[in-house]
Design a binder for this molecule. Structure first.
Ligand SMILES: [Ca+2]
Ligand SMILES: [Ca+2]
Ligand SMILES: [Ca+2]
Length: 446
């Protein structure tokens, strides 16, 4: 039976927020893609600098001037449950929203001026979005898509074409994500066209360009940097050159050896080897993990070893820069929860299953406790033995609805328990973290 109260008694569904970001200090009109009942709608953001104003005609996010740059989690919920949290990116460049139609060169409107962030959406199957740039010969620009990292259901591709539609450059994925980045120095003065298309993600048997109302992205265009502008890099200066670096390694210890090159706009396609004192190759990288090289290696004996690095095709020259890092892989652990929210009746027990991932021989017991609980929740901490890879936590729901956090410690390191997402949040070092640490417990009256 359909009735007004039945329709209201459903949790909100938010599959995407469009635009997927805004400029710090601005108010942004947004579309919540999905089904969002206005009645009793609640909003939460991972930073208090983001607030939501919602009326029937207008939905707006207000971004304070103090709001940190980067991705933030937004969550819409009501008494019945929570929508899937969505990422929203706060930037400091000028923001625009794409104007359709823009599928073909003939349809295009004015030249894009940068630095700028363009918020776009591949709204339907087969769609492409084109943006015109006017470049002078020798001018460099940098273009980056954020879509996969927003949990947008595409694997995007960036192409640069000339006025006749001939491909000049393209990028599909980067070493750390399926989102592309393209840097290019113009070889002629005139119009260039950036094209955004997406393949379905997760991959399907058919490989055509995809689109839907949820397929939102951000395209950031700025002045490009050549590899020569990054400080403190090494270089493969001549074709055929191999750089050799000695390391002192300890028996049985795991070492992570990584090279950055293409991510620094260097043309070097790095090839890595670890050799012993007699020159015998003990380990070498393959390209399967991305365009830059990485190697995990365990030293068989304590002693001096050699790391050798060259270009895969034995190229070299000015600009063949790279950065090499060697770190000892220490025992570490992660604790994750598959759900991000629970809706329960007052007084009922919730069981939260905990999954433990141990790396590099970690075998210490792990204690998980609730943190940041301002409300009266009857909770306990739980200790997971050093041999176990899972555990569970019990929680009695009070009459309140609460945001909760769980912290885990092995006595040496304390971490936050997370719900893993495909989307990315960044830590202080700017690395991808892919995790949501704020869980929601919604309690319903009996
Ligand atoms: Ca579009
Ligand atoms: Ca389009
Ligand atoms: Ca891609």
């Amino acid at each position: 039976m359909l009735c007004a109260s039945c329709l209201q008694a459903a949790p909100p569904v938010v599959d995407a927020i469009y635009p997927a970001g805004g400029k710090r200090g601005d108010s942004v009109d947004v579309e919540l893609v999905g089904k969002v009942p206005d009645e009793g709608l609640q909003f939460w953001a991972s930073h208090p600098g983001i607030t939501f104003v919602g009326t029937k005609d207008e939905r707006q996010l207000r971004l304070s001037k103090e709001c940190p740059l980067g991705p933030h989690w937004l969550r819409f919920y009501n008494a019945e449950g929570s929508a899937l949290p969505q990422l929203f990116v706060v930037g400091d460049m000028i923001e625009q929203v794409e104007k359709e139609p823009n599928d073909a060169i003939e349809e295009l409107e004015p030249i894009v001026e940068w630095p700028v962030t363009i918020n776009g959406r591949l709204s339907k199957s087969g769609e492409s979005d084109l943006f015109a740039l006017a470049l002078l010969k020798g001018e460099t620009f940098d273009a980056e898509i954020i879509a996969y990292r927003l949990d947008s259901p595409i694997d995007p591709l960036l192409r640069l074409v000339d006025e006749s539609g001939n491909m000049i450059a393209w990028n599909h994925d980067r070493y750390d994500s399926l989102d592309p980045r393209l840097s290019h120095t113009a070889t002629y003065s005139g119009r260039h066209y950036l094209t955004v298309v997406g393949f379905v993600y997760p991959p399907a048997a058919r490989s055509r360009f995809e689109g839907s109302k949820e397929t939102v992205y951000r395209l950031q265009i700025s002045s490009g940097k050549s590899s020569c502008e990054y400080p403190g890099l090494s270089v493969i200066a001549e074709p055929g050159e191999t750089d050799e670096m000695p390391i002192e390694a300890k028996k049985g210890v795991n070492y992570e050896i990584a090279v950055e090159a293409q991510s620094l706009n260097s043309p070097l396609d790095p090839w890595l080897e670890v050799r012993d004192a007699k020159g015998k190759v003990l380990a070498k990288n393959d390209d399967s993990e991305g365009i830059d090289a990485a190697l995990s290696w365990k030293a068989p004996e304590t002693g001096t070893y050699m790391i050798a690095l060259r270009d895969l095709l034995r190229q070299g020259g000015e600009g063949y820069h790279y950065k090499l890092s060697v770190t000892e892989a220490k025992p570490s652990f992660e604790v994750t929860v598959g759900d991000h929210a629970w809706t329960v009746e007052e007084g009922a027990e919730v069981e939260i299953p905990l999954k433990v991932e141990r790396k590099n021989g970690h075998s210490r017991p792990i204690t998980v406790t609730f943190v940041e609980l301002s409300l009266e929740l009857d909770s306990q901490s739980v200790t997971i033995p050093g041999t176990a890879s899972q555990g569970a936590m019990q929680l009695s729901a009070s009459e309140f609805t609460a945001m909760i956090r769980l912290s885990a410690t092995d006595g040496l390191t304390k971490i936050q328990v997370a719900c893993p997402f495909k989307g990315a949040t960044t830590d202080e070092g700017g690395m991808l973290k892919n995790r949501l640490e704020d869980f929601l417990l919604i309690t319903r009256k009996k």
